[in-house]
Design a protein around this ligand. Structure first.
Ligand code: UD1
Length: 380
C-alpha cells in the first residue's frame, strides 16, 4: 500500500493526524510480523508506505508549522510551497507541482481531506493520472455555491473512489447526486478522533492563565469567511456586535490573517473595544482548551461547529447555511444566518443561562481513522 496524504490549509492537519497514527501503527505491526517470520530471507518492500505532501496553501508558522509539531506529524515528504493567490493561481500551481510528485512516486492511493483548494487540486491531479482517491469528510453540502468550499466538495466527491462520510446527511447527499453505494462509507469523523486523543493533553495548557480568562466566563470568537470579513460594512457590523457583547463578558478573538488584513485595510482596527483580546492564531492544544472552557463560541468556521457539538459547548454560527446540519439538529450549534440581531439575542440569552442541550452524533467516537484504514486495507 503506497499512499500519499495531502495537507494544505490549517483545518487539514488535525484530520490527517489520526490517519497517520493508525497507518503508522499498522505499518509497525506488519514490520514486526515480517521480521519474526525468519523464513523470509529475500528483500521485502514495506507493506505500507505512507508519505505526506504539504501543498503550502497555508505557510505561516501559526497556521501550519505549529500543527506539525503539536500533532506529532513528521516533516512532510513533499512541500509544494504554492502560497497565497487567486483561486485559479493557487489551484493551478498545486496541480502542476503535485503532478510531478505523483509521476515520480506512483502511489496506489491519494488521501485528501476537507474542502480547501488543495483538496480539489490534488484529487483532480490524481484521478487524471489513474491514481485512486479517498476523500475524507465527503458528502457535506451547504447548498450555497457562492462558497468556494462548496464547489471544492462537489467536484472532489464526484471524482473520488472512496467517500468517507462524517454524518448521515452526507450519505443522503451523495446518493442524491448519483454516487454508487459501494463508494460511500459512513465512518464518523477523523477530526473528532483527534479531539478525543488530545483532550486530556490539552488539560495541561496554560492558555487560560496567559489570557487571564476564567472557566466558563468568556466568549471565544473566530471569523474568516469571505462573506463576513471581506466587506467593510459587514465586518464593521460584526465588530460592533462583539464590542457590545464585550461589555457583558470577556471576548477573545484569535485572528485569522485574512481578517486581520481586512481589518487594517478598512481602518476598523481602531474601532475594536479594548475589552476584546485580539491575538494571533492559536495552536491546536491551546485552542481545544479555549473551546472546552468557553461559555459561548461565535464562529463562521466549519470544524468549530463540530468540535463544540462534541464538547457540548454553545456555539453561534454566523452563516446562512451549514454543511454540517447534524450540529444544529442534535448538537449545540445555533445557526443564526446573517442576521446579527438574531446573533446578539441568542448570545444574550446564552449569557444569561439558557442552553441548548445536545447529543453526540453517531460514530463520533474517536475511531473513524481505524474504520477508514480497515476499509482501505481490504482493497490494497
Ligand atoms: C482557507 C480555505 C478555507 C478554510 C481556511 C482555514 C480555500 C478556498 N479556503 O481559507 O476553506 O476554512 O483556509 O483557515 O481553500 N494568509 C497568510 N498566511 C498563510 C495563509 C494565508 O497570511 O499561511 C493570508 C493571505 O493574505 C491570503 C489570505 O490569508 O491571501 C487567505 O488565505 P487563503 O489560503 O487564500 O484562504 P483562507 O481564507 O485561509
Amino acid at each position: 500500500m503506497n499512499i500519499i496524504s495531502v495537507v494544505g490549509a490549517r483545518p487539514n492537519f488535525m484530520k490527517i493526524a489520526p490517519i497517520y497514527r493508525v497507518l503508522e501503527e499498522k505499518r509497525k505491526n506488519l514490520e514486526v510480523k515480517n521480521d519474526s517470520a525468519k523464513t523470509i530471507t529475500f528483500f521485502q518492500p514495506p507493506a505500507i508506505i505512507h508519505k505526506i505532501c504539504h501543498t503550502g496553501q497555508h505557510y505561516d508558522d501559526k497556521l501550519s508549522g505549529i500543527f506539525f509539531e503539536e500533532l506529532g506529524l513528521p516533516k512532510p515528504d513533499f512541500y509544494l510551497g504554492v502560497g497565497s493567490g487567486s483561486h485559479a493561481e493557487q489551484t493551478a500551481r498545486i496541480i502542476i507541482k503535485f503532478e510531478k510528485v505523483l509521476l515520480k512516486q506512483e502511489p496506489d492511493l491519494v488521501i485528501v481531506v476537507g474542502d480547501v483548494n488543495s483538496t480539489i487540486a490534488c484529487s483532480l491531479t490524481a484521478v487524471k493520472l489513474g491514481v485512486k482517491v479517498a476523500h475524507v469528510e465527503a458528502g457535506l453540502r451547504s447548498f450555497d455555491r457562492s462558497m468556494p468550499e462548496e464547489i471544492n466538495r462537489i467536484l472532489t466527491d464526484s471524482i473520488s473512489d472512496y467517500l468517507f462520510v462524517t454524518e448521515k446527511s452526507g450519505v443522503d447527499n451523495l446518493k442524491h447526486e448519483g454516487i454508487p453505494d459501494n463508494k460511500i462509507h459512513f465512518v464518523g469523523h477523523v477530526m473528532i478522533d483527534n479531539l478525543v486523543h488530545y483532550l486530556p493533553i490539552s488539560e495541561n495548557s496554560n492558555v487560560l492563565k496567559r489570557f487571564k480568562l476564567n472557566k466558563n466566563d468568556y466568549i471565544l470568537v473566530t471569523l474568516h469567511r469571505p462573506s463576513n470579513v471581506d466587506f467593510r460594512e459587514r465586518l464593521e457590523e460584526i465588530i460592533n456586535l462583539l464590542n457590545r457583547l464585550s461589555e457583558k463578558k470577556k471576548v477573545i478573538l484569535p485572528i485569522h490573517p485574512r481578517t486581520r488584513k481586512n481589518m487594517y485595510e478598512f481602518g476598523l482596527d481602531k474601532k475594536i473595544s479594548e475589552n476584546i483580546i485580539i491575538t494571533d492564531p492559536i495552536g491546536y492544544i491551546d485552542f481545544i482548551k479555549l473551546t472546552k472552557n468557553s461559555q459561548l463560541i461565535i464562529t463562521d468556521s466549519g470544524g468549530i461547529q463540530e468540535e463544540s457539538t462534541y464538547l457540548g459547548n454553545q456555539c453561534i454560527t454566523i452563516r446562512t447555511s451549514t454543511e454540517r446540519p447534524v450540529t444544529v439538529e442534535i448538537g449545540t450549534n445555533h445557526l443564526v444566518g446573517d442576521d446579527l440581531k438574531k446573533a446578539e439575542d441568542t448570545a444574550l440569552s446564552i449569557l444569561s443561562g439558557s442552553k441548548k442541550s445536545g447529543k453526540t452524533p453517531e460514530l463520533w467516537d474517536g475511531k473513524a481513522a481505524n474504520r477508514i484504514v480497515e476499509i482501505l486495507m481490504k482493497d490494497f
